[in-house]
Design a protein. Structure first.
Lengths: 90, 267
């Protein structure tokens, strides 16, 4: 898709867009005082805690920081597996 | 009269704090207001040379704080303007020669006599910044559309909020519209989206700034250059006027690009 866009628009990724994407991540790290490694650790522990109680679908997990103004929000979208798949069997 | 104290700061050095302070001071004073600017960069003073007043220094801010002269004796009057004064920084001392409460006291002494007090903050987030921000009514953050400057601006905006001096107002300095257009420089919209603060001015990159600084004649002395006009506009916005932003940084979208290619193909 990126390749197609590049072909369509005849443009390499703009350096300004790269600057913006990099800054988004850096500013989240700076503002939360959380390194990317700590963020990964947080995600893993969060998933470990939740899966202790409910089975989750690890492939569909999406955890990210969102920004509204200068406020941040940790958004976690964690799909659950059906609680008792065995009960559905006839 | 009760002055508004504006502190100009940035975190990162070299983004144009001193140039901004000098030009805002000139622009505000040219509107007939009484303005005093204070160089908060003790040990590395520069507001004097940017304003072209370096040969007239007798006393400085540290002399005032340490009681070697009266406040009025350290105020250098800029003869090009009806009412513009500079209180220079000491050159042979360091930031610890002045405390935040000293700055509050000096500004309180000046408030009755002036409309505007502008403080040029040093780079960094330590004592010099704390001194400069302590008396502020309005905090102006200067940044460049460039990763390190934006990152440091974000840090300083956080500190300004923590000191309850917010909301910070942002000046994007040295924006190069041609580079923005070809996607090689952050646009003002990009910077605003990242920093999420109120924009108070965009100053385009303009070689007249270097030329005028060489001469000790701030560009805002005449509003004929693009940068000079931008500074005049910021001064008017600080005074509460609604002044539209100069449209400098239109990003070229997909359709514009197609249109441009078709035009090029037709030649």
């Amino acid at each position: 898709m990126a390749g197609l866009m590049e072909w369509l628009t005849g443009q390499k990724p703009k350096s300004a867009d790269q600057a913006k994407d990099r800054l988004k991540l850096v500013l989240i790290n700076d503002r939360t005082d959380l390194t990317p490694a700590e963020m990964d650790e947080l995600k893993n522990e969060l998933l470990a805690v939740i899966s202790k109680y409910i089975p989750i679908d690890p492939g569909g997990v999406h955890i990210a920081m969102s920004q509204e103004g200068r406020e941040h929000r940790l958004l976690a979208d964690i799909p659950l597996k059906p609680a008792k798949p065995a009960a559905r069997k006839r | 009269m009760a002055a508004t104290v504006i502190t100009v700061t940035s975190g990162k050095g070299g983004v144009g704090k001193t140039t901004t302070t000098a030009n805002l001071a000139v622009a505000l004073a040219s509107g007939g207001k009484k303005v005093v600017c204070i160089d908060g960069d003790i040990g590395l003073r520069n507001l004097d040379v940017v304003l072209g007043l370096e040969n007239r220094i007798v006393y400085d801010l540290v002399d005032v704080v340490e009681g070697r002269c009266r406040l009025r004796q350290a105020m250098i009057r800029d003869k090009r303007m009806p009412e513009l004064y500079l209180i220079p920084a000491a050159q042979t001392r360091d930031k610890n020669a002045v405390s935040p409460s000293d700055m509050v006291r000096v500004c309180d002494d000046l408030r009755q006599e002036f409309d505007w007090i502008l403080i040029d903050s040093p780079a960094g987030i330590e004592r010099g910044f704390r001194n400069a921000i302590a008396p502020a009514d309005v905090a102006v953050v200067v940044t460049n559309p460039e990763v390190s400057a934006v990152r440091d601006a974000d840090r300083i905006i956080g500190l300004i909020e923590a000191e309850e001096k917010g909301p910070a107002r942002l000046i994007i300095n040295r924006l190069n519209p041609a580079m923005v257009k070809r996607g090689d420089m952050l646009s003002s919209d990009d910077v605003l989206e990242l920093l999420a603060v109120e924009l108070i001015g965009i100053v385009p990159e303009d070689e007249n700034v270097v030329i005028s600084t060489n001469r000790g004649q701030p560009v805002a002395l005449d509003g004929k250059t693009r940068a000079g006009e931008a500074y005049q506009n910021i001064a008017r916005r600080l005074s509460g006027e609604k002044v539209p932003f100069l449209n400098l940084d239109e990003k070229e979208g997909f359709l514009q690009r197609i249109a441009r290619m078709m035009r090029a193909g037709g030649d």
